[in-house]
Structure formats: structure tokens, C-alpha cells
Design a protein around this ligand. Structure first.
Ligand code: SF4
Length: 680
């Protein structure tokens, strides 16, 4: 489950509600010697001797699964139906959906899991297709508004003494110079800027602080210009967060982010349920109050309206918010917040709650009483009102399909209501609204079937296909299931797991990922292994994720200890990653309020949550984790699972039968022989 800070609605309200679009550079005419037919079949493009083979001489080989995928996606576009396809690594699934999308002549939204996958499509696959296949193709990339510079804020900041210290002044000068040159205004171009730049958060184009059409910089605004170009695009590349933010806005009749489109392709579709759950839910945090107070102060000062009375009101919001969030228990973690628990909380902390609500109300009243009410002030007062509504919803509503919870993490306290089941929402808002939705990922099936993912997403009617793997898994990967491992709940488990990890690392000469289902398990095993092996060990949390990954790739024999965020989206082809060790079957934590609510809902429905939800979800997670190992046809390596339940329990068979056909052993000597074979 992703963290609320990364994905919560409070951040979506700011970051993903609106878009920025960058138009791809237009391509040149086809480089292939034989022109492509006007309406090519997928075989003309992907078949043996087809268009792709001709224009990527030596760099492309026909893949049966890719052709089959393209034909299915093409058929979905032509005959207007939904399709769901499992396509393993190496299938070439990106071209497998992009080419049929282009051939459809429809405006298609392509939704990927992350911003970096968006960039990859836009910078690699799209230019190739524009060059060789579709020179007139117009493509737009759309990201959340907080990725982009607000021209108006920058102009104001240049006039005012709002910068703190020389470093900030220097960074601001660089941003100003860049703003003259950039075509996109996308902060991804500002490589010197740290991810958590405070300065950027005061300059970004988030919706909360945007004046829209009343803004004097509306025309030169990066968001405006790119919005317009988005309307001309044939393909629009978004991420799931932006897509579901848009869908949720449509639901609330708050307008929309994306221009009209007629079909959607979801890549990494296994992530849809989690992301949709965040965006159809509600959330606030202490950060949202702080940001409101900060933006209010800044706006009032810039407009020379910062009277002592008003500034006292914003200060009161800050203080009351601090007092209110301090009433939550100090321990980190995520906890249920049922109706009874919320009532008990309010009984104890009613004063802090009422004080916070009245601080917001007081600020709104003060704004309303101003004789001069510029648009910026009206917006900030409206934002305060919306936060007050959200607070009241989270404490006073009791929606049946929502689970209420709170989380304390580091300096944040997050209050949320998350839909227990998004299937009905997606059925009505997505699958019944669009006639062509294509879902693809390397991990969608459980025991070769799509029932689980289809029922979780409300996808009732779709053509489906699990494409044959491109890799020779029995040759390329060995699955090691050590004999004699105690149960993971046994006190002796950690010591035995550490022994196994040490043995495996010696056999693989480091070059391994050790993936854990919890931080505590990761830290304990790291401590137990640390002094027993000579390899450079990297530990999640000691540096940013991207830095750790780079270090892993560039350090001979490195070993990375990590948790959930490294289970997917990580690509290390070649020998540097020769072994993936997983500590236990990745069942979701049953005490997590969202998991517990989903289990309870299935029980109340007379169904078996373990078989229908917990096992299938863990199967998909394990497939993701193991999928890190074999990324190309020449990769070889060992997968190890230190959880004996896969061998002892009846459900273990479901895991085994859902994985690719790896060769399996219980014998460490065979692991050694397998890896030695690799080095020959
Ligand atoms: S319209 Fe104006 S206020 Fe809104 S993001 Fe653009 S420049 Fe900023």
C-alpha cells in the first residue's frame, strides 16, 4: 500500500488536479525503404519482415506475443470493446499498444504508473514512431500542476523581498533565467533543485493559488498554453494519479482536467485499484493547514493587504492546527478511525476541534469583510472553506462504502476516508463511459486467470489474454526454496533467514536485492547480515531511492536491502543483479485499516476474503518482486523465497502456479552450480 503522503487526496488536490502538456517535437517522414500502407494491419508492422524489422535493422526482432498483443489492442479499438492483457517483460508492450492507438485515429489517453514512465514513452518510443511511422502524430504529456512554474508568482516574487537568504536568492535567479528559455516550464528540467524545495512550493502553478482566466499572465502561462496544445493532441500521456484525479473531478462536477478523449490504455494496470482508491477518497493533513496559512500570508503581503488583524487570523490557523493535530497519539502508524472512535476522540478533544474550525471560519469572515476583495483573496478564503468542509466530512460523516482512518508519519498526521470497494465507481465512471479501455501489465493473472483483477476493478466485459512469455524462464531463472526454514512467525526464523541470506550472497558474490515485507524485518536482517559478508551493503532509507539504485548499479558486488517501494518499477538488467531474495510471502498487513475493511466487507458478503482477496493480492505482489530479476533474454539468476509456507500450505500451490515456469530447487549446491554456469 502506498503511503498517504505520496498519494493522498490532499496532494492530489494540489498537484494533480490540473495538467501541463508538452508537445512532442514533430517527427520527420518515414525512414523505412518501403512505405507503410495507409491502413496497415498489425502484421504489416509487427510481423516477420514487417515495418519494424525494416526500420530497426538489426535492432528489432519479430516477437509473436507482441504481434498478438497489437492485434488484440487493434481489435479493441476497431470493434469498441475493452481488453485486458498480461504481457511479460520483453514483450515490447509499449509499441504493442501505441501503434494500434495511433492507427485507430481516435484521441487516446495513455496512462502509465509514474512520471518517469511518462518521460520514457515521450522521449524514447514517441520520437521513434514520429520518425518512422506517423510523422504527423501529435502527442501531449500531462502532469500535475505543481510540476510547473507559475509565471505570475515568479513576477511577484521578483518585485518583493520574499526570498530567504543567499542560497534561495541564487536559486531564484537561476529559475528566472530558465523561465526565459524553457518551453515547458516543467521543473523536471531544473536538475539542481532538490525534490523537496521550499522555494519551488512557493512558485509552482498549483490550482489552489491560481487565478485562472483573471490572471494577468494567463496567456503566457505554461499551463494555459499547454492546455491548448493538449486539445490538438492525438495521444495524451498521463500518469494514473492525474487520470483518476480527472475522473474524480468529473464525478464531483468540478469540471475536468483532460480534454475530451474516446479511449484509454492503462499500462501497469495492476496499480489502478490503489490509485483510484486514493482519488475517490477524502484526506486532509496538518500540512494542508500550514500551507493554507503560508499561502494566505504570502498573498496578503504581495497585495499589500496584510493588515495586523488578518495576519493574526492566519497565525491562529497555524496555532490551532498544531494544537489539534497534537491531540493524536504520538506513535507512528496507520490506525482505524471508526465512527465510535471518532466520537470518543471528539468527546475528549472537542475544544481543539471546534477551535480549529472556528479559526478557519474567522479567517473567512475577515476576508469577507474586506472592502477590497481581489480574486486572490476570494480564492484563498474559498480554500479555507473547502478545508473546513473536508474536516467536517472526515469527523461527522459515516459513509457505508468508506473506511475512516488516520496515520501519523514523521511530522505528518493524515486523516482519511477511503472507498472500501472501487469496483462500482470504476464500472460506472470508467468502463460504462468509454467503449474502449485497454489494461495491460506484466502482473495481472493469478493461476493464469484474470478474475481477481477484473472483480477488484469492476471490469465485467473484456476480451482477455495472458500472452506467452518471451523469456526462457526454466533456463534463465532458478527458484530456490530452502528446506528446513522455520515458520516466519517462529522466533528462530530471523536467525535462519540471516544464515540463508549470507550463504546466498556468498554464492552469488553479492549482486543481490534482499526484499522485505516490513521495515522492521529489513532492519533486523540487515543487522544480522552486515558483519558477516564482505560485500558493499546498501540500506533503504539511508539515501533517496534513485541514489541507492544508481549506487547499486555502479558498485561491483553491491547488495541492496529494501522494502515495498523497490518491489516494482526497478530495472537492473545484466549480472549486477543476479539474485533476488524475498523474505516472506507479501501478504498485506491485516491490521491496516483499508485491508481490514476490505476483508470485513467480503466476509459480510458471505465470501472468503483470504482466498478471494489476500492470496491473489500477495500473488501479484510476489510476481512483481521476482520480476526484478530477468529483464532481458540474456539475464540469468536466482530467486529465493525464505518463507516455508509456499511449500507447506495448500495456498502455496497458487503462488507457484502463478509464477513463470522457473526451475525449482531446495538445494544450495544447485544454486551454486547454476550461478557458476552463468559465469562460464
Ligand atoms: S494562470 Fe496565472 S496564476 Fe494561474 S498558474 Fe498560470 S500564471 Fe500562475
Amino acid at each position: 500500500m502506498r503511503s498517504t503522503e505520496e498519494t493522498g487526496r490532499s496532494s492530489l488536490a494540489r498537484d494533480e488536479e490540473e495538467v501541463f502538456v508538452a508537445e512532442a517535437a514533430s517527427g520527420v517522414a518515414s525512414a523505412a525503404s518501403d512505405p507503410i500502407p495507409e491502413k496497415p494491419s498489425m502484421r504489416d508492422v509487427f510481423g516477420p519482415g514487417g515495418f519494424l524489422e525494416r526500420c530497426m535493422i538489426g535492432g528489432y526482432e519479430h516477437r509473436r506475443a507482441q504481434l498478438e498483443m497489437a492485434e488484440m489492442v487493434h481489435d479493441a479499438f476497431e470493434t469498441h470493446h475493452h481488453a485486458i492483457l498480461e504481457a511479460g517483460t520483453g514483450t515490447g508492450k509499449t509499441l504493442g499498444y501505441l501503434v494500434p492507438a495511433i492507427c485507430s485515429g481516435r484521441r487516446v489517453v495513455i496512462s502509465t504508473a509514474t512520471k518517469s514512465l511518462q518521460e520514457q514513452l515521450f522521449q524514447k518510443d514517441i520520437p521513434f514512431l514520429q520518425k518512422h511511422f506517423a510523422p504527423n502524430l501529435k502527442v501531449a504529456v500531462m502532469k500535475g500542476r505543481s510540476n510547473f512554474l507559475c509565471v505570475e508568482k515568479m513576477n511577484h516574487m521578483a518585485d518583493q523581498a520574499l526570498l530567504k537568504g543567499m542560497d534561495e536568492l541564487d536559486a531564484f535567479q537561476q529559475i528566472k533565467q530558465w523561465a526565459k528559455l524553457t518551453e515547458t516550464g516543467d521543473r523536471a528540467e531544473l536538475t539542481f533543485l532538490p525534490d523537496d524545495s521550499e522555494l519551488w512550493s512557493r512558485l509552482d502553478a498549483r490550482r489552489d493559488t491560481c487565478m485562472g482566466q483573471k490572471c494577468p499572465s494567463f496567456n503566457p502561462c505554461f499551463v494555459t498554453g499547454m492546455h491548448q496544445r493538449a486539445k490538438d493532441a492525438d495521444l495524451i500521456i498521463v500518469n494514473h494519479h492525474l487520470f483518476f484525479a480527472d475522473l474524480a473531478l468529473k464525478q464531483d462536477d468540478f469540471g475536468s482536467i483532460l480534454p475530451e478523449y474516446s479511449a484509454v490504455v492503462f499500462d501497469e494496470a495492476h496499480e489502478m485499484e490503489d490509485v483510484a482508491s486514493d482519488y475517490f477518497g477524502r484526506q486532509i493533513s496538518n500540512f494542508r493547514f500550514d500551507e493554507l496559512a503560508r499561502d494566505a500570508d504570502q498573498t496578503l503581503r504581495l497585495l499589500h493587504l496584510g493588515t495586523p488583524g488578518l495576519l493574526r487570523k492566519t497565525q491562529r490557523i497555524r496555532e490551532r492546527s498544531r494544537a489539534f493535530f497534537d491531540t493524536f497519539p504520538p506513535r507512528d502508524g496507520r490506525y482505524p478511525f471508526s465512527r465510535a472512535e471518532r466520537e470518543a476522540f471528539l468527546e475528549q478533544n472537542r475544544e481543539a476541534y471546534d477551535d480549529l474550525a472556528s479559526a478557519l471560519k474567522g479567517f473567512e469572515t475577515e476576508c469577507a469583510a474586506m472592502t477590497q476583495k481581489p480574486e486572490e483573496v476570494l480564492r484563498i478564503a474559498r480554500r479555507s472553506f473547502e478545508i473546513r468542509q473536508e474536516l467536517s466530512f472526515l469527523f461527522e460523516s459515516n459513509e457505508k462504502n468508506f473506511v475512516y482512518w488516520y496515520e501519523r508519519r514523521n511530522k505528518g498526521v493524515f486523516l482519511a476516508a477511503t472507498p472500501i470497494d472501487v469496483s462500482q465507481i470504476l464500472r460506472e465512471r470508467l468502463f460504462e463511459q468509454f467503449d474502449t479501455v485497454v489494461l495491460t501489465s506484466a502482473t495481472l493473472t493469478v493461476e493464469g486467470r484474470f478474475e481477481f483483477i477484473r472483480s477488484r476493478l469492476g471490469l465485467d466485459h473484456a476480451k482477455e489474454r495472458a500472452l506467452p512469455p518471451e523469456f526462457d524462464y526454466p533456463e534463465q531463472a532458478l527458484l530456490y526454496l530452502p528446506a528446513g526454514m522455520p515458520d516466519v512467525r517462529n522466533p528462530g526464523y530471523a536467525a535462519k533467514a540471516a544464515d540463508e541470506i549470507v550463504n546466498l550472497l556468498e554464492t552469488s558474490q553479492g549482486r543481490a536485492f534482499c526484499l522485505f515485507t516490513s521495515y522492521s524485518q529489513m532492519n533486523e536482517l540487515f543487522e544480522r547480515v552486515r558483519t558477516r559478508v564482505p560485500f558493499p551493503l546498501l540500506l533503504q532509507g539511508t539515501s533517496p531511492r534513485s541514489v541507492l539504485l544508481e549506487r547499486f548499479k555502479n558498485t561491483p558486488g553491491a547488495v541492496l536491502f529494501a522494502t515495498a517501494s523497490f518491489w516494482q518499477g526497478v530495472d537492473v538488467p545484466g549480472e549486477q543483479l543476479s539474485c533476488v531474495i524475498v523474505d516472506r510471502l507479501p501478504f498485506a498487513v491485516p491490521s491496516d485499516p483499508i485491508v481490514a475493511a476490505r476483508v470485513r466487507a467480503l466476509q459480510e458478503d458471505g465470501r472468503n476474503p483470504f482466498a478471494e482477496f489476500q492470496v491473489p493480492e500477495a500473488v501479484l505482489a510476489l510476481k512483481q518482486g521476482f520480476g526484478r530479476l530477468i529483464r532481458t533474454k540474456t539475464d540469468r539468476g536466482v530467486l529465493a523465497l525464505l518463507d516455508s509456507r509456499i511449500q507447506r500450505m495448500a495456498y502455496g500451490k497458487i503462488f507457484i502456479e502463478s509464477l513463470p515456469r522457473y526451475r525449482v530447487t531446495q538445494n544450495l549446491a544447485e544454486v551454486s552450480r547454476f550461478l557458476a554456469g552463468k559465469k562460464k
